[in-house]
Design a protein around this ligand. Structure first.
Ligand code: GLY
Length: 340
């Protein structure tokens, strides 16, 4: 797969797309200029597989919501450090999963600290569709999942996660790892492999011009028991406003939550910024809030506006993301970043 990857520059992609019209009201029917511009963008460079699963739905004229769910299910089912039941556990040795989903009509659902369920994103969707609530957590989320027919998986770590956990126990230092996705290989330490991000967030723009998004993670490895990051929080890890655009985050969840990251990016697009500029302004806000401590964290945003123009920006070097559209289903972009 590696030799099929090619990195493009965001600006090159931007040139190929029409100028944004953020803030334009959504027409009642399909957007005239949306057809043919369907796309998927995800925070995961191994998200090519996720994007392709989402694309399989979009290319047949399917709904962005279905694409957003199907895409990240691929990552949830794969064995990796940071998403799904193969992910690294909390400091008590238990894998807890966070996920959320949002459609083009402000419908949203979320689960946090969910244990032993393979596809938290699908449980989040059920919360959205089958309950009067937005968010279920912990034992209640698991009860709901089981009642909905989701099988309870064995309470065991994957071999890689077990090895990483044992390694971590040698020091038991709770220290967020910057760029976990790029800092090594879990087989040799408690970090992710070079193609792993801490979260997969995926935004889908369908042929009718509707947007939806999904976000799913096992959260920060070796976190305190009960810790919840940004990924299941609507407005932090993910936000969709069909009249403007959609945005999602990866990186240090605490610092995304404190500035309502994804919602901030969408509001910046509403004010007229391109997705790229909105992501950059949001990252700059994180940097302002963190001050000197910004150098110790990673935060990244992806965004797509209601015309299908996309962009991303990161605090630190090393964030890459995947894009899929009719022209090319396997695009990879190296994100621009703030701290040079
Ligand atoms: N961004 C994922 C987390 O902080 O849990």
């Amino acid at each position: 797969m590696a030799n099929r990857r090619k990195f493009l520059t965001s600006s090159a992609a931007g040139l190929a797309l029409l100028a944004a019209r953020p803030g334009a009201a959504a027409p009642a029917g399909p957007r005239a200029n949306a057809r043919g511009k369907a796309l998927v963008i995800s925070t995961w460079d191994d998200g090519i597989a996720a994007n392709q699963a989402a694309w399989a739905i979009l290319k047949k004229g399917g709904a962005a919501l279905d694409a957003a769910e199907a895409g990240v299910m691929v990552t949830e089912a794969s064995q990796n450090c940071c998403v799904g039941l193969g992910g690294n556990p909390d400091r008590d040795g238990i894998v807890t999963l966070d996920a959320c989903i949002m459609d083009h009509q402000f419908n949203c659902g979320s689960v946090a600290a969910l244990e032993r369920i393979k596809h938290p994103i699908s449980v989040a969707r059920r919360v959205m569709e089958k309950t009067p609530h937005v968010m279920l957590v912990g034992e209640g989320a698991q009860q709901f999942a089981v009642a909905q027919g989701f099988p309870l998986e064995p309470a065991q770590l994957s071999p890689d996660a077990e090895k990483a956990y044992k390694e971590w126990l040698k020091t038991s230092q709770y220290k967020p790892i910057i760029n976990i996705e790029n800092s090594g290989n879990r087989k040799t330490g408690p970090v992710g492999g070079p193609q792993n991000h801490d979260t997969i967030a995926l935004l889908a723009f369908d042929a009718t011009g509707n947007l939806s998004g999904s976000c799913t993670t096992s959260g920060m490895g070796f976190k305190m028991r009960g810790r919840v990051g940004d990924s299941p929080i609507i407005g932090a890890g993910l936000y969709v406003d069909n009249e403007v655009g959609a945005a999602a985050a990866t990186g240090q969840g605490e610092d995304v939550i404190r500035m309502a990251g994804a919602h901030t990016v969408v509001e910046l697009m509403r004010q007229g910024r391109t997705p790229q500029a909105a992501c950059r302004a949001a990252v700059e806000r994180v940097a302002r809030i963190k001050g000197a401590a910004a150098k110790d964290i990673q935060v990244c945003f992806i965004a797509v506006n209601n015309q299908g123009q996309h962009g991303a920006f990161a605090l630190q070097k090393g964030f890459s993301y995947a894009v899929c559209n009719a022209a090319d289903q396997r695009q990879l972009f190296k994100s621009e970043y703030l701290l040079k």
